[in-house]
Design a protein around this ligand. Sequence first.
Ligand SMILES: [Zn+2]
Length: 202
Amino acid sequence: MIYGFGKGELGSETSHIACVNCGQKDFVKFTVLGKYFHLIFIPVFPTGRKGQSVCANCRHALENAQFNPEYTKEYYRISGKFKTPKRHFGWLFLFAIITPFMLWHQSCNAKEDNGFITSPAIGDRYEIKLGWRSYTLYKVASFTKDSIYFYPSTLEVNKERMLDDDKMLKEENFDKEGIFGLSKKEIIDLRESEKIRDIVRD
Ligand SMILES: [Zn+2]
C-alpha cells in the first residue's frame, strides 16, 4: 500500500485500578497507540489515538471503545503523558527542512547568475531551453556595457544534464558565423522566464 493508515505505540503504563474481570488491582496495563496517515510508508500527519487494556492477571483485554468510565478516565490520564512523536508528522518535517534549503539554494544560484550577466566573461556558457526536450548552449564571445554576444552551439540535446557532455563543450561545435547579440535586459528576462536554465563559468 503506497498510502493509507498506520499506527504506532506511543507508550504504555500499568494502572492501579482494579480489573473489571478479575477484580485484582495493579494488573491492568493501558497501551496508547497513535494513528497516522502515511504516504510511501512515511507518516504525513496524525489522525488520532486509540487505546487498549490488558490485565496481566486474567488476560482480559478491551479496546478503548469498550472502556467503562473508570477505564476511560485512567486511559486519558495515561495517554496525556505521551506526546505524539515527530516522526508521525514525517512529511511535514521533511518539507520544513527541505523547503528553506531549496529556496536558499535557488536564491544563491540566481544571485550568481545575475552577477554573470552584469559582469560577463568570455567563455561563459548559457544553458538554454529551446523547447520540450530540447536544450542547447550559447557561449559568450564578447560583450559591451549593455549587451552580450554569443556563439550558439550547433548541437541540441534532449536532456538538460547532457549539456555538460564533452561533445557539447568542444570548441568546434560552436558556430562562429552565427554570432548574435542580446541586451542585458533581454538576458535577464530570459533568465527569469527560465529559458536560460543556468549560467556556467569554469
Ligand atoms: Zn483481570
